[in-house]
Design a protein around this ligand. Sequence first.
Ligand SMILES: Nc1ncnc2c1ncn2[C@@H]1O[C@H](COP(=O)(O)OP(=O)(O)OP(=O)(O)O)[C@@H](O)[C@H]1O
Length: 258
Amino acid sequence: MTTTEGATVEPQLREVPAVRMEAVYKHYGDFTALDQIDLKVAKGEKIVVCGPSGSGKSTLIRCINHIEKHDEGLIYVNGVELDHQRKNIDAVRRDTGMVFQSFNLFPHMTVLENCTLAPMTANGMSEAEAKDLAMHFLTKVRIPDQAEKFPGQLSGGQQQRVAIARALCMRPKIMLFDEPTSALDPEMVKEVLETMKKLAEEGMTMLCVTHEMGFAREVADRIVFMNEGKVVEQAAPKEFFKHPKSERARTFLDQIIH
Ligand SMILES: Nc1ncnc2c1ncn2[C@@H]1O[C@H](COP(=O)(O)OP(=O)(O)OP(=O)(O)O)[C@@H](O)[C@H]1O
């Protein structure tokens, strides 16, 4: 693309990022959980956030949809500021689907009811429309036959796929995953990662906190490595795994890969 001044500009650089964090801090009392975070996520980008326990990964992702409130700095989601008065909270929440480690499904509701609830209550969809949408996404995560069951009747992997379908029913522009496979038996991990991989291939913008480094290598455009509340380094997976720059990333990788 050429501007009137004749300069060449990459079209994607002119786009509003999916997420922009500028000098973001989060404190719990005297403890600084996020320490001057600057991070940009482009539309369609897949980011894996990794780092040692307590480094602030969940806090970072939870600040993006305001489950946690940041104390200082600016956060924009698709160009909308997450202001401290929470004026834009509904718009931001609509754009961001969140998947938690512990599924967070309503146990007294069927799979279908779990998926139709938010589209009907928050988006004003009719029951018939919401059911069609829910079945569409339950089919996508390959469990349409479980629609009438209750979460307790499903395996962990199936429950997590319901949680992904439920998030997709809100038609999010960004999916946030907070250790989505950590609570699963090893044989269930693969099916959830496959579902996430499929979403990535379809172009979804994704921020995933995960220790699944195989997934990171295969799917991520960029690895963001955190330590003590800071983003210590960020690089393409190939670069990060081969040549981690910081000593902390090197010891982290040694511990989890060997
Ligand atoms: N509600 C809270 N009150 C006080 N401290 C908190 C709270 N939530 C998180 N923290 C602290 O903030 C730090 C970052 O927590 P966070 O959960 O973001 O880390 P993490 O990198 O996701 O860790 P893990 O990999 O173990 O889940 C930790 O030291 C944690 O104890």
